[in-house]
Design a protein around this ligand. Structure first.
Ligand SMILES: CC(C)(COP(=O)(O)OP(=O)(O)OC[C@H]1O[C@@H](n2cnc3c(N)ncnc32)[C@H](O)[C@@H]1OP(=O)(O)O)[C@@H](O)C(=O)NCCC(=O)NCCS
Length: 187
């Protein structure tokens, strides 16, 4: 499925993305801010495995972020189960050459719309490591609000850190407002 706005497109990963994925993902500045499930160094076999995983889920949970037919990043939305089944966790990264162009914010706006309108979620949330100020800024720009601090929940790179949780709710007035104004196509 493609989710399209004026700024970019979220689409399914393709086998042909593997080389570009390695180029963008094999970067310590991305790894530092992401869970250890992301291998480092990041090799071609990792890219192939990831693309296989990313294309295996229905409904779709993992999208390539595409700007002018170029892979620039990745965003995932993961519905939880049991009593948490109306909540979904969001995770994302943008390749370093493309930082600071508003791409993460634009991708989040599309995934929020998909999470609420297509997946029927009532709450979306994301957790940032305490030092990741750029991601915290992006979430606030996209309409999320800080909701909790999970003290020393993260063990990354041999140290403990707080995780800062951000959330957005379908029934928020503010969210309903911009969900309507968002230019979106689902193909
Ligand atoms: C976090 C990340 C996704 C941001 O992507 P991006 O496309 O550059 O984000 P945007 O351009 O939409 O917005 C970035 C905002 O953060 C701000 N910012 C960047 N570095 C910052 C810092 N160190 N402190 C505070 N704000 C910062 C930018 O100025 C911008 O805000 P502005 O538009 O008000 O100027 C990208 O840096 C990334 O992939 N990092 C590594 C992986 C990661 O952190 N993933 C998220 C895990 S929770």
């Amino acid at each position: 499925m493609d989710l399209v706005s004026a700024d970019l497109k979220l689409r399914s990963f393709l086998k042909e993305d593997a080389d570009a994925l390695v180029k963008l993902c094999n970067n310590i500045n991305i790894w530092r801010n992401i869970r250890d499930a992301l291998p480092h160094p990041y090799q071609l076999s990792d890219a192939h495995n990831f693309i296989q995983l990313a294309t295996s889920k229905t409904p779709q949970e993992i999208f390539a972020i595409d700007k002018k037919n170029e892979l620039v990043g990745c965003i995932g939305i993961h519905p939880q189960d049991d009593v948490y089944r109306f909540s979904a966790e969001i995770g994302y990264w943008i390749g370093e050459p493309y930082w600071g162009q508003g791409l993460a914010t634009a991708a989040l706006q599309l995934i929020i719309n998909y999470g609420f309108e297509t997946l029927g979620m009532s709450k979306l949330y994301a957790g940032c490591f305490e030092f990741n100020k750029a991601s915290q800024k992006v979430l606030v720009k996209a309409g999320f609000r800080r909701e909790a601090i999970l003290k020393k929940a993260v063990f990354k790179n041999d140290s403990f850190y707080d995780e800062i949780r951000y959330a957005i709710f379908r029934d928020d007035d503010e969210n309903k407002r911009w969900a309507k104004t968002l230019v979106i196509g689902q193909i």
